[in-house]
Design a protein around this ligand. Structure first.
Ligand code: GRF
Length: 200
């Protein structure tokens, strides 16, 4: 049975695009389909990516909504769409308790570093890569993990490393890591789908 994905975004949506491509041509074809894309930001380019693919998409204007209303609407949309899994693809807001409870071990988040290092509140996007460069790390990478109440603290599903050159600045690190993200997010989704089939 094809698993239904709700994909949450906040920006460019390149991870969303990687999942879309994988459901059409790659390892997620016949395994999973995106049933809804929800953005916390009405201006997110990822919404246009979904629209272009004919995928249902909606923006909840996080910055201009009552937080309770936002959280309730978010849960309502995910449930209405019949999502089996929730994928946080460049989603920059904390997942509220009500959704964590309802979707325990069914929410996957991608983080642009090798957790548990360089994770936690405030560690997103360029902040992560700047810290990696400052620490003169020889490697970075991406992690897909189950989201829980914390920031980047849920159990790890998959990680992949990428070698850094000492001349790499944070933008170059970001580029290298983003390519790894696009590789492992679909792989992690497939792994979770397959494990859920074994559990039944
Ligand atoms: C990327 O830096 C990624 O590491 C993080 O969110 C940022 C934007 O991702 N998960 P996307 O292009 O919106 O998927």
């Amino acid at each position: 049975m094809i698993k239904k994905l709700a994909v949450l975004i906040s920006g460019n949506g390149s991870n969303l695009q990687a999942i879309i491509n994988s459901t059409k041509y790659g390892i997620l074809k016949g395994v999973a389909e995106i049933v809804i894309v929800i953005s916390s930001n009405p201006k997110a380019f990822g919404l246009q990516r979904a629209e272009k693919e004919g995928i249902k998409n909606i923006a909840l204007d996080y910055d201009n909504m009552d937080k309770n209303d936002y959280n309730n609407k978010l849960l309502e949309l995910i449930k209405e769409a019949g999502a089996d899994l929730v994928c946080l693809a460049g989603y920059l807001k904390r997942i509220p308790e009500n959704i964590i409870k309802e979707y325990k071990s069914r929410i996957l988040n991608i983080h642009p570093a090798l957790l548990p290092k360089y994770g936690g509140k405030g560690m997103y996007g360029h902040h992560v890569h700047e810290a990696v460069v400052k620490a003169k790390e020889k490697k970075s990478g991406a992690t897909v993990h189950f989201a829980d109440e914390g920031y980047d603290t849920g159990s790890i599903i998959m990680q992949k490393e990428v070698d850094l050159d000492e001349t790499d600045n944070h933008e170059e690190v970001a580029k290298k890591v983003l390519l790894v993200e696009h590789e492992i997010f679909p792989e992690a989704i497939k792994k979770v789908v397959e494990e859920s089939k074994n559990d039944n």
